[in-house]
Design a protein around this ligand. Structure first.
Ligand code: PMP
Length: 389
């Protein structure tokens, strides 16, 4: 989740050519600026759209659709992309578009709570380390409908509950499954990172509520477009109602741009694609693999830090074996150390493990920054080890 850029960081859209030694590197949030380099090469030709002034005035995008504010073009491109990548089943599912998947997380919590039958707020849990926004979002408005109840592994209350299942997981990249596993549980699968650049696509996801976002798929976090694939019609209707009351729909300009971006990605993966359009997932997987290799080299030469290893699996999309290359590194320091504080002392801002329900010896570090920032980060990380060895 973005936090305000620090005063010494460059403005978000300003490329950084050089970094003086006192520049703070902000890797606290998962701002996906790494993808700019791909879009700079292909963007101008394939993804520039113009929306004339007379278009998209109405609140409505498709009155016949359950999700009446969903642009038909976006729906079509979402389906096309999932079918091509094979990461989710779209047949017989309702698609609900949201202002980022953030809005859809809250829409799902609203839709799953049942105030008529449950007088008390329903418990919301996720296995630690969990995405730090789940507790914040759940309790922000002190809703009477739902309440954050912490680490799913420690959850022992009777009654219905909602479990957030994230795979690959933010922050640690693990492929998760539900952990509470009781009959009265309801699941929300947050698959923001279930794309081929981050992990092997082993089977199409087939769950009751699945959340995706363009932010982590294509890097267009600023468009604020996410979507939910929902099996049950009533739940989908309630999610649509939430968005209706919250924002009366989702920006059409953003949806049309997102549709255009997704269309370009699908085209880039076709066998008979234009020659100057590089396969998006191949290109971004290569970037992620290079970054993880460099990070592992830096950490292997350093006694202070440890990063998790991931199994190699067959990816049905790339038709090849691949490791998981998470969007975040879940870095562990020696026991008893405050890793966030240590790195802050070296002008690297990260998010402490405590925010994810874990210990202070962990930090989450974004792997999706621009090249210059990432390289500088590695240099500084090596220097931290140097001080202490
Ligand atoms: N879920 C997870 C697991 C995430 O990491 C993020 C972004 N950090 C989101 C949801 C929200 O993404 P957005 O609102 O940008 O779609």
């Amino acid at each position: 989740k973005p936090s305000k850029p620090s005063s010494v960081s460059p403005a978000p859209d300003e490329p950084t050519d050089h970094h003086p030694s006192d520049t703070i590197i902000n890797l606290d949030h998962g701002d996906p600026t790494m993808y700019e380099s791909y879009w700079k090469v292909v963007g101008q030709k394939y993804t520039s759209i113009t929306i004339p002034g007379f278009q998209s005035l109405s609140y409505f995008a498709n009155k016949k659709n359950l999700c009446w504010f969903l642009e038909p073009k976006l729906e079509e491109e979402i389906k096309r992309l999932h079918k091509m990548v094979g990461n989710a089943i779209v047949e017989n599912r309702h698609i609900v578009v949201g202002t980022g998947s953030s809005q859809l997380i809250l829409a799902a919590l609203y839709a799953l709570s049942d105030p008529l039958n449950e007088p008390n707020p329903i418990s919301v849990v996720s296995a630690a380390p969990y995405y730090s926004s789940y507790p914040e979002m759940t309790d922000f408005l002190r809703s009477g409908l739902f309440k954050w109840s912490g680490d799913a592994r420690c959850f022992n209350k009777e009654g219905p509950y909602i479990e957030m299942v994230t795979y690959p997981n933010n922050p640690d990249g693990v492929i998760r499954e539900p952990v509470v596993n009781r009959a009265n549980g309801m699941l929300v699968h947050d698959l923001a990172y279930y794309w081929p650049q981050y992990t092997a696509i082993t089977s199409p996801a087939d769950h009751d509520i699945i959340l995706f976002t363009v932010s982590k798929c294509t890097g267009h976090a600023g468009s604020r477009i996410g979507w939910a694939l929902v099996r049950n019609e009533n739940i989908a209707r309630k999610m649509v109602k939430f968005i209706e009351v919250n924002t009366i729909g989702v920006s059409k300009e953003a949806q049309l741009r997102a549709a255009n971006i997704l269309e370009t990605i699908s085209l880039s993966c076709q066998r008979h694609k234009p020659r100057d359009l590089e396969n998006f997932f191949e290109c971004s997987q290569r970037l992620m693999a290079e970054r993880w290799k460099k990070l592992r080299e830096a950490v292997d030469n350093n006694e202070l830090f440890y990063v998790p290893k991931f199994p190699i699996q067959f990816c049905n999309f790339t038709r090849d074996f691949t490791e998981t290359y998470p969007a975040f590194a879940w870095l562990k320091c020696k026991e008893g150390m405050d890793c966030e504080k240590l790195l802050r002392g070296h002008k690297i801002l990260t998010r402490s493990g405590r925010r994810f329900g874990s210990g202070a010896e962990y930090v989450r570090i974004s792997m999706l920054s621009r090249d210059e920032e990432f390289d500088l980060f590695l240099q500084r990380l090596s220097a931290v080890g140097g001080d202490n060895n």
